[in-house]
Structures are given as structure tokens and as C-alpha cells.
Design a protein around this ligand. Structure first.
Ligand SMILES: [Ca+2]
Ligand SMILES: [Ca+2]
Ligand SMILES: [Ca+2]
Length: 293
């Protein structure tokens, strides 16, 4: 290649990379321009219920797993809503953008876990990048400690089928060829299949967490140990989450400046004997920068 050809090529490469850098800056600018800064009036807690879609479960169709219970988790940590079996979720929003603080956790998700009993949820975050106030942008998964451990599956989905009778166990089939049931028990005799779902099957999609922490060797003392970090309904007192741990669909860092919405989704698919299915409870969420120390 002659020198002037090489120079021309270099010029093209340089122009292309400048264009790419410029495009990236524009994307960053757009993401920055829709940030809603905190004000003196900002609520530390989530203030908006966007969506509540429980999966079948022993508390579904009762007062601890309905829209009133879901709304009760706003502006407080004293709410309680059960999300049902794997895939059931709640989506809530803050009244401001929760910013990613360098090297620190940014928000906290509350549940009712205690030392030997966690029902871990996958936490998803979204920035309102198009600024329309709706959760119609991109969800990013918080990368917790179970990431790619045996039993962890992304792009997982489960289809539940309406059972033949209210007290019949709810059959499911996943996208890995496995089948099973959400087992009904004598303590809860209402229908486990969500009343709000009119069709006879319903499919949930998300990430499956390993059920390896569940220990049923002593049937009268079934335990479900917490993961190390990064999940909802996982640690006593709540789980602190660092926005910097959010990853995209390919597993790359999302590099979000802040987030407006969170989705908490039951992450384990398992029956635990007489205790019923693993089903996350969500009791509230807060911006750590606004919580009184
Ligand atoms: Ca952070
Ligand atoms: Ca939006
Ligand atoms: Ca729980």
C-alpha cells in the first residue's frame, strides 16, 4: 500500500471512530437529560406501582398478594406483598432518579428474609432514558453472587397451566424441557392460579436462580440460606444494591448513571414441602442517599 493510500485509510478510520464517539456522547447526553434530580420534596421510598403480576402460589388470590397489598409497599418498608412462584414480579418507580454513587450501594430492597430463610428475587433496574415516565426502556439485571453458578439460567421461561380444580397443584413447563407443579397444601385452599389471568396458560420470563441453598433434610426444619449478595428477600434487614453491578443482555456492565424503576422477580423455582413454594415477599425499596442514617 502506498503512503497516500495509507493516509487516506487512516483518515477514514479516524473519521469513523470520531463519528462513533460522537454518537456515544449523544446517547450519554440523552440519558443525562432525562435524569430527575432529588429535591427537598423527594421521597426516599418507591412511590409508584407500575405493574404487579404474581405467579401461581399459596398466597395468590389472598389479601397479601393483591393490588392493595402491592400498593401498600409504596412510601414505606412496612408493606408486604407475595410475588408467588418463579417469575412473579412487581415493578415500582421512584419520584426521582436514584443515582449511581461511585463505589457504594445506591438503593435497598426490603423483604421478610431471616437468617435461615431467604426467598431470593432477581432485581432488575431501568433508567427512564426516553423521559416519558413509563417503564418502557431497557431492563438490566443486577449481577448477584449466583451469577453463572450451576443452576443459574438467563432467558429462562416457565409456562403455568390453569389446574383442573382450585385445590389441584399448578402444572408448569419450562423452556429447558422440564416439567413440575406448584404444589398446593392444606393450609391454603383457595385457587393458586392468579384470578386476574383469563387465559388457561401464562408464561413468565427472566433469570432462574439455583435452588442449591434449600435444605430439606430435616422436614420439620426446612432452611433456605441466603446468597452472598445482589438479590431481594435475601438478607435480614434488606439487601443493598449497587447500580454499577447492573448488566445488559450480553452480560456486559450497563454503566447506568441512575435508575428510575426497579423490578423484583421471584428467582427460585422450588417446592419446600409443607412450607409451599419459594415465593419472594417484597415489603418496600428506598434510595440509600435519602435514608436517614
Ligand atoms: Ca453505586
Ligand atoms: Ca420510559
Ligand atoms: Ca420471604
Amino acid at each position: 500500500m502506498k503512503t497516500h493510500q495509507l493516509n487516506a485509510l487512516l483518515a477514514i478510520v479516524l473519521a469513523a471512530s470520531l463519528f462513533a464517539a460522537c454518537k456515544k456522547d449523544k446517547a450519554d447526553d440523552a440519558a443525562l437529560s432525562t435524569i430527575r434530580p432529588t429535591t427537598a420534596q423527594s421521597n426516599a421510598y418507591v412511590t409508584q406501582l407500575i405493574e404487579f403480576n404474581p405467579a401461581p402460589g399459596q398466597f395468590v388470590n389472598t389479601t397479601i398478594s393483591d393490588t392493595t397489598a402491592a400498593t401498600g409497599t409504596l412510601k414505606t418498608i412496612q408493606g408486604l406483598v407475595s410475588l408467588g412462584a418463579w417469575g412473579g414480579y412487581i415493578t415500582v418507580g421512584f419520584d426521582h432518579t436514584v443515582m449511581d454513587r461511585d463505589g457504594q450501594a445506591d438503593f435497598i430492597v426490603y423483604g421478610n428474609a431471616f437468617a435461615s430463610f431467604a426467598e431470593p428475587a432477581v432485581i432488575w433496574v431501568m433508567q427512564d432514558t426516553n423521559g416519558n415516565g413509563k417503564a418502557d426502556d431497557t431492563w438490566y439485571e443486577i449481577q448477584g453472587s449466583a451469577y453463572f453458578k450451576p443452576g443459574y439460567i438467563r432467558n429462562y421461561s416457565v409456562t403455568y397451566t390453569r389446574p383442573a380444580c382450585d385445590t389441584c397443584s399448578v402444572p408448569w413447563k419450562d423452556n429447558q424441557g422440564k416439567t413440575g407443579v406448584v404444589q398446593t397444601n392444606v393450609f391454603h385452599t383457595q385457587a393458586y392460579y392468579p384470578k386476574g389471568i383469563k387465559s388457561n396458560t401464562v408464561t413468565y420470563t427472566g433469570t432462574l436462580l439455583p435452588s442449591t441453598n434449600i435444605n430439606m433434610s430435616n422436614p420439620s426444619f426446612i432452611t433456605s440460606a441466603s446468597f452472598d449478595y445482589g438479590y431481594g428477600d435475601n438478607s435480614a434487614g434488606g439487601d443493598q444494591i449497587d447500580i454499577a453491578t447492573a448488566i445488559d443482555a450480553k452480560g456486559n456492565k450497563a454503566n447506568l448513571k441512575g435508575i428510575d424503576f426497579i423490578k423484583v422477580q421471584t428467582g427460585i423455582l422450588a417446592n419446600m414441602g409443607w412450607l409451599g413454594e419459594q415465593s419472594t415477599e417484597f415489603t418496600g425499596a428506598a434510595d440509600l442517599s435519602l435514608l436517614k442514617k
